[in-house]
Design a binder for this molecule. Structure first.
Ligand code: C2E
Ligand code: CA
Ligand code: CA
Ligand code: CA
Length: 278
């Protein structure tokens, strides 16, 4: 079993080879991990650039593997997508996220929670119903849920995407296009999809203050979003300079290590209490 060191934590790194016995083992283990509730969510705040306040969080899945250590999502989400396990996995994540959203609302500070969908989820005919049922079960109002979809998901499943998104949006769920700027969504598609938010990919945001062209791209996306009536979120904000530049460009929301890394629930609650105490 190959292991790489990452910030002092053992990270599992299986080969990309489809016939790798490690991959099969991983798949069997991923099924077991869901039964054992080894998949957990970390939460990263989204900060309003105008007020500095926390306006929501993104839920990011991690696998707390008893032997392999913390396994990051890019090591098992693609595998889940290729094997159909993504349906159960997405429902597992939604269930955890919505129980957390209920808890925060109960504590008197409701936070909108964003959950990532995979491309294959868009072709799942039961997903919209299941999301709406889960909102009811957890007694979470629909506006406290945001679903993030990548551009490639939208372009590979355009009809399915439209059906699913229209249904969820009509119920009040927010919808974000993730990693915006890296795919091939046409302006026509953007205009016709019932989305509420564009998340500017961190490959542009990370270097917007040092590479002129990336600064221009960020500004163009913010302008485009404004003209389409969409909120802009910049991801991968790693320093104060980028934060300030985004604010002066009229970007609405920032997310990134500069404010906080994704945190486990208890650490997030402490971080959030500290920001409100200031
Ligand atoms: P993403 O949706 O684009 O999520 C943002 C990723 O950027 C996260 O990585 C986050 O930790 C990282 N990040 C946040 N701020 C910064 C920053 O300032 N600088 C840098 N360099 N990185 C930052 P993470 O948690 O490893 O997730 C990777 C990807 O895995 C996600 O990318 C998403 O596509 C996928 N993913 C995570 N959780 C889920 C899930 O529950 N379901 C599905 N389908 N995909 C998920
Ligand atoms: Ca995302
Ligand atoms: Ca993203
Ligand atoms: Ca990404």
């Amino acid at each position: 079993v190959a292991k790489a060191r990452n910030r002092g934590v053992a990270v599992y790194d299986p080969s990309e080879d489809a016939h790798d016995p490690d991959r099969l083992a991983l798949l069997t283990e991923l099924r077991r991990a869901m039964d054992q509730r080894e998949l957990v969510l970390h939460y990263q705040p989204k900060i309003s650039l105008a007020s500095g306040e926390v306006c929501g969080v993104e839920a990011l899945v991690r696998w707390e593997h008893p032997q392999r250590g913390m396994v990051p999502p890019d090591k098992f989400i693609p595998l889940a997508e290729h094997t159909g396990l993504i349906g159960p996995l997405t429902r597992y994540v939604l269930d955890l996220a919505l129980s957390q959203a209920h808890r925060w609302a109960d504590m008197g500070h409701p936070l909108q929670i964003a959950v990532n969908l995979a491309a294959r989820n868009l072709a799942d005919p039961d997903l919209a119903d299941d999301v709406l049922t889960m909102l009811e079960t957890h007694q979470v109002p629909a506006h406290l849920l945001c679903l993030e979809l990548t551009e490639s998901a939208i372009t590979t499943e355009p009809e399915n995407a439209l059906r699913l998104l229209t249904r969820l949006r009509a119920a009040g769920v927010s919808l974000a296009v993730d990693d915006f700027g890296t795919g091939y969504t046409s302006l026509g598609q953007l205009k016709n999809l019932p989305i509420t938010e564009l998340k500017i990919d961190r490959s542009f945001v990370g270097t917007m203050t040092t590479e002129r062209s990336n600064g221009l791209i960020v500004r163009s996306i913010v302008d485009l979003a404004r003209n389409l009536g969409l909120t802009t979120v910049a991801e991968g904000v790693e320093d104060a300079e980028t934060f300030t530049a985004l604010a002066s460009n009229g970007c609405a929301v920032a997310q990134g290590y500069h404010m906080s890394r994704p945190l486990p629930p208890n650490a997030f609650d402490r971080w959030y209490a500290d920001t409100r105490a200031v």
